[in-house]
Design a protein around this ligand. Structure first.
Ligand SMILES: C[S@@+](CC[C@H](N)C(=O)[O-])C[C@H]1O[C@@H](n2cnc3c(N)ncnc32)[C@H](O)[C@@H]1O
Length: 426
């Protein structure tokens, strides 16, 4: 039997809602989502209806669209994620695109915010969700971006098993989805495997339970799919420190997080989480290295083969000795007055002689194509601004060859590019 207090509160629900919306008009979608779920509370609790049906069906779908797209809790995080990706895109040499994978992409709120801000025809964007049922809505929303690829991706299963190439994304991004798994550590490990060396995972999530999020999302069965009870004993959300800790445990090299607003019952609401995979092979999981070597068909391990155009000042030599200490193979090219090669890892090239470059490329590729290039000769040109350039194999023709003034048609380009490429720094 409902108590008198219950009856009083229930009778005042409409007034409370009206008051709330008058005071916080910007939070109308959240308020209406609560109302929609509460209206079906009995059948949801009895198991007669799935909260997901209520949320994603009828007007709930529009409200979720607003919440994930323009909602006050969300839109600044979309802007933050978009700014992070844009910043990385800006730092790339001309012609080089980012490979972006969105996880748990659902209604397409993040994609529709980010895609218009990226240069067209350069970057690749893979829109994924565990459920393909989101794709038709997303395709409509993103109709102006036919280059987007739609694929199912289950955070809980190994990416290789789902036909994703390991080590092949520069960015994995998402909003409000990473918590929705049984085992967070395992899911993060899979995401790390998907990233190329130096690649970043950037997502936002809710850090601590808020009454309204529990009323809306906490009624879905997915909310309670957690199995890692030693990490998340009571509920699926995690605070920033916890995220950073598990990201490190999952093998990410660097982590950072951005605070969220503190809720009325304490604890942060939506937060930003960032993690970067290491550049070096040391931290790369064995399976990534194996997969890459297998794909290249040449037994070349990921990021272990470098071609360094060493400067006269010794920076290149220092880099080479550190890379060799770390177990990488480094071939070193210095400037000279005649082409020379020791038949192994040392080359001398006349900078102004195209035939030397062709010979260098032919010889290097015939041995084993390098995966990463570091061009330091600009440091020897006092008039030019000193700039360290590193790039990957696929990029080499576009960023280095023009500098070297060699017609790319003269180069065995396919040989250079037949290797998985990695993000660029510098
Ligand atoms: C709270 S919603 C966030 C929606 C989304 N980010 C958006 O902007 O619409 C959680 C999303 O994660 C997806 N999801 C749940 N479990 C998942 C899993 N195991 N792997 C991938 N996605 C999952 C859901 O299908 C849903 O789209």
């Amino acid at each position: 039997m409902p108590t008198a207090e219950f009856d009083r509160v229930a009778a005042s629900a409409d007034d409370t809602l009206r008051e709330y919306v008058e005071q916080h008009p910007g939070h109308l979608p959240e308020a209406l989502l609560c109302v929609a779920n509460c209206a079906e509370l009995t059948s949801i609790l009895r198991g007669e209806k799935e909260a997901v049906q209520v949320l994603f069906g009828g007007s709930g779908a529009d409200l979720l669209d607003q919440f994930y797209g323009d909602g006050l809790f969300t839109c600044h995080w979309l802007a933050a994620i978009a700014a992070t990706v844009q910043e990385a895109a800006k730092a790339l040499p001309e012609g080089r695109g980012l490979r972006i994978l969105e996880i748990g992409a659902g209604t397409g709120g993040l994609a529709s915010y980010l895609l218009p801000q990226l240069e067209r025809g350069l970057h690749s964007y893979t829109f994924t969700d565990v459920s393909a049922s989101f794709f038709s809505g997303a395709m409509q929303k993103l109709a102006g971006f036919p280059e987007v690829e739609y694929r199912a991706y289950d955070l809980e299963r190994s990416p290789a098993e789902q036909d994703y190439q390991l080590g092949s994304y520069d960015f994995v991004i998402g909003t409000n989805c990473v918590h929705a798994v049984g085992d967070v550590r395992e899911a993060l490990g899979h995401l790390r495997d998907l990233l190329a060396p130096g690649g970043s995972l950037v997502f936002m999530d809710t850090a601590s339970p808020q009454l309204w999020t529990e009323t809306v999302f906490g009624l879905t069965s997915g909310w309670w799919s957690l199995t890692d009870r030693e990490l998340r004993p009571v509920q699926p959300l995690m605070e920033r420190e916890q995220w950073e800790k598990v990201l490190k445990e999952a093998g990410f090299d660097e982590t950072a997080s951005l605070p969220g607003l503190t809720g009325p019952r304490g604890g942060e609401g939506q937060i930003g989480v960032l993690a970067r995979k290491a550049w070096t092979t040391g931290a790369a999981p064995a399976d990534v290295e194996e997969a890459t070597a297998e794909e290249s068909g040449e037994g070349v391990e990921l990021e272990t083969s470098w071609l360094v155009f060493a400067d006269a000042g010794g920076l290149g030599d220092q880099l080479v000795s550190r890379l060799r200490e770390a177990g990488a193979r480094c071939r070193v090219v210095t400037r000279g007055s005649a082409y020379a090669s020791d038949g192994q890892d040392q080359f001398t090239v006349r900078a102004e002689a195209p035939e030397d470059w062709t010979q260098l490329v032919t010889e290097v590729v015939a041995d084993a194509a390098p995966e990463r290039f570091v061009y330091l000769w600009t440091l020897d040109e006092p008039a030019a601004p000193a700039k360290l350039m590193t790039c990957s194999a696929a990029q080499m023709p576009c960023c280095i060859w023009p500098k070297l003034k060699i017609p790319s048609a003269r180069l065995p380009r396919s040989e250079w590019t037949n290797h998985p490429w990695c993000p660029v720094s510098g």
